[in-house]
Ligand binder design. Structure first.
Ligand code: ZN
Length: 295
């Protein structure tokens, strides 16, 4: 009797184990399917948590940003390999370079640099002409897939480039939003520049002074450009990370709607309704990488 019971028990255990194995197998297949589906758009160097209706902004230090469009295109601004910011290596389907200084122009550090190199003229947009070592502006009016790209000329100092040369302002349209990156802008903007830039939804603006405009001039520029949704300050001093620029204090003084987040990544829903623009201050965590949870 005991043996029959034992056998029955053994059969029961074995069959439930078999069932569990099958279940596991099914999960594995499903997981694998999800993995492959995700791996097309997800990559360890691309932002997490994106969906079809948002643009994800990732800050890689100084003026270096990676944006992921709703369609999954990766746009990089002013890449560099500064050790202070942990030499962030990300991927870029297209790259915008405001001027040729080392801390803004190193597309060679991107994960897919070799493939960019093969299509340099179609995918890497130099605001200043490298053939003239940046002495001439490149008037860009181009498209990369659905993204439109144009440049507005400006200078790296308040003396028409006599001290630090020229600088290109990039004006992009991504998923219907006007995205403007001011590069190393070194002066206030006059009416003609403001007009040339046009409407702005998302603005990347230097605020750290010394080599670019300082916080007070940046505030004047905000009044003129009137960005509708988000302002991302860049190129400023951060204690114990980047100490030779002014901190964000001057720029933030007297400002409303400041959002401080710990992460270096921020997601913008394309169809959200925004009443007043928000200044987004991202934290700097070179080792932790990106998370969305602090938003
Ligand atoms: Zn510069």
């Amino acid at each position: 009797m005991r043996t029959i019971f034992g056998i029955l028990l053994a059969i029961l255990v074995a069959s439930s184990a078999l069932l569990a194995q099958e279940e596991n197998g099914k999960n594995k297949v499903e997981n694998r399917y999800q993995d492959t589906k995700e791996s097309k758009s997800e990559n360890k160097s691309t932002p997490k948590g994106t969906d079809k209706k948002s643009i994800t902004v990732r800050w890689c230090g100084q003026s270096y940003f990676q944006l992921k469009s709703a369609e999954g295109d990766l746009i990089v601004f002013d890449p560099h390999s500064m050790p202070e910011f942990g030499r962030q290596i990300v991927k870029g389907d297209m790259v915008c370079i405001s001027h040729l200084h080392d801390d803004h122009s190193q597309y060679e550090v991107l994960e897919n640099a070799a493939s960019l190199e093969k299509e340099l003229s179609k995918r890497v947009f130099f605001g200043l002409d490298p053939k003239t070592k940046g002495k001439k502006f490149n008037a860009i009016d181009a498209k990369y897939r659905s993204i439109s790209i144009r440049t507005v000329p400006s200078y790296h100092d308040a003396e028409e480039g006599m001290k630090r040369g020229k600088n290109a302002i990039f004006v992009l349209e991504i998923d219907g939003l006007k995205v403007v990156h001011l590069g190393d802008l070194g002066h206030d903007l006059d009416d003609s520049a403001v007009k040339a830039i046009g409407p702005v939804d998302i603005l990347f603006i230097p605020i750290g002074g010394i080599y670019t405009i300082n916080g007070d001039t940046a505030k004047e520029i905000l009044k003129k450009l009137k960005p509708k949704r988000y302002i991302f300050p860049m190129h400023y001093g951060i204690p114990s990370v980047m100490e030779d620029l002014q901190t964000a204090d001057e720029f933030l003084d007297g400002q409303k709607n400041i959002k401080k987040i710990k992460a270096n990544e921020f997601r913008i829903a394309i169809d959200e309704k925004v009443e007043n623009p928000t200044i987004v201050m991202m934290g700097w965590q070179p080792d932790e990488g990106s998370t969305d949870k602090d938003k």
